[in-house]
Design a binder for this molecule. Sequence first.
Ligand code: M7G
Length: 182
Amino acid sequence: VKHPLENKWTLWFYEQKSKVWEENIHEVASFDTVEDFWCLFNHIKRPSQLSYQCDYNYFKNGIKPMWEDGKNSAGGRWLLQLPPAKNNQHIDECWKNIILSIIGEIYDQSSEINGAIVNLRSKGTKIAVWTNNASKENGSNIMAIGRKIKEVLGVQNEKMVYESHVDTANKQGSFTKHAFMI
Ligand code: M7G
């Protein structure tokens, strides 16, 4: 008997080939048991083995890893910026711990978590947890999720910012308003 997860999750892979962002992102596989998750996770490359300009996205089944999805549009992301991933096993470890925490639903506010993304870039790695409610009124839940992420990653001293997808999508250059910081 396999061990069921609370939710079904889907892995999406982004690889920059076309100029049109949406054309580069593809659904890879879905799983709803612990065993099927490990089967997939252990089969694919670790972040440190991927080329730059690639992303892994794990989202709850039915939610597209895009700002435009109705479940994401009022949400935002906790963002952790790390060094480039090539040959960096620490990043593999961080990514594994984040994914286990979201599919294992260890957060009191797990119902607000839509997914997680790792962006491999030559300028640096971004690990983000996407949540569904970026409103100021939801600040205490957002902060609780942020504190838990830091606990999961063991990065008490690194700065982490939460930004709404509306702000990210409308940002000018590299400047983004930060709604919350921890
Ligand atoms: P990125 O890949 O998140 O970060 O965004 P990067 O700048 O470090 O590579 C790069 C670009 O991809 C954005 O400026 C958008 O043009 C596009 N993009 C990223 N996301 C997450 C979305 C999305 O959800 N929807 C749309 N339409 N475009 C996106």
